[in-house]
Write a protein that binds this ligand. Structure first.
Ligand SMILES: [Zn+2]
Length: 256
């Protein structure tokens, strides 16, 4: 994986041993990259890398208010630069920065950003030893200055347990990630599917109900197909942010 190796090389070259996001501006300065924020007038754009007249410019949409998302966008654009992606201008949309994009260069820039902001050697130990819950997500998100979604997806890369993560927006699945152990065995709701009414995620969204741990749930609420050959039980732990209409759901699968 060249993109992750490139990110590790950069971390090594700049002797970065903690919170890589804090070193982004120093790296921009070193490579004479001009960084600025710009009003794109379009919420679908996250950021750009522009090469013009021997100069490099990285722009991030002023519409993004979350520090974690700003950092991911900056690291993604730095990825296009560091990986020497050919082209004068990269205009990166919300979809390009999502985990399920199919464009090869965007996938590479995302892999670079993930490894740069959440290096395996720093994040793997805590991902393995700590509980797969919102306390750990918050700890990683705060320490590495990334969004909770980026933090939990990175935890999935390393965790050996049977977990899935579903991010939803306005009642529809927007993000899905599963741990390696579930690949090819269990299918979950996919992007664009509606969250079921009997889910805790829905309950959290429409009432003041707040979960403090995993609770048993009918597997059919989230699982669309079980190809494992074993019966399963499912536990859900969801948190909702009613103001933005988004929810984050952690699912733990047990094979019976
Ligand atoms: Zn991009």
């Amino acid at each position: 994986m060249i993109s992750a190796e490139k990110a590790r090389q950069l971390l090594c070259d700049f002797n970065i041993i903690a919170t890589p996001a804090l070193s982004l501006d120093k790296i921009f300065e070193h490579y004479n990259i001009i960084y600025d924020e710009m009003d794109y007038g379009n919420k679908n754009y996250m950021g750009s890398l522009i090469r013009a007249e021997g100069r490099q410019i990285i722009l991030v949409n002023t519409d993004i208010k979350n520090v974690g998302r700003i950092n991911f966008t900056k690291a993604h654009e730095l990825g296009h630069f560091s990986l020497n992606h050919k082209g004068e201008q990269f205009e990166c949309s919300r979809t390009d920065l999502m985990d399920n994009t199919r464009k090869p260069l965007e996938i590479e820039a995302n892999q670079f950003a993930k490894e740069f902001l959440l290096p395996e050697q720093m994040v793997k130990p805590i991902s393995i030893s700590a509980s797969f819950d919102f306390d750990t997500i918050k700890a990683i998100s705060n320490e590495y200055m990334v969004s909770k979604l980026v933090a939990v997806f990175r935890m999935l890369d390393f965790h050996s347990g049977n977990y899935a993560v579903i991010g939803s927006k306005d009642g529809l699945v927007a993000h899905l990630g599963i741990s390696k152990s579930l690949i090819g065995k269990i299918n979950f709701l996919k992007s664009g599917d509606s969250i079921r009414n009997n889910s805790f995620a829905k309950e959290c969204m429409v009432s003041d109900f707040r979960m403090t741990g995993y609770e048993s749930i009918d597997p059919k609420t989230w699982v669309t197909r079980n190809k494992s050959g074993s019966a399963i039980s499912l536990k859900e732990y969801s948190r909702a942010d009613k103001s933005s209409g988004s929810a984050l759901t952690l699912l733990k699968v047990s094979f019976l």
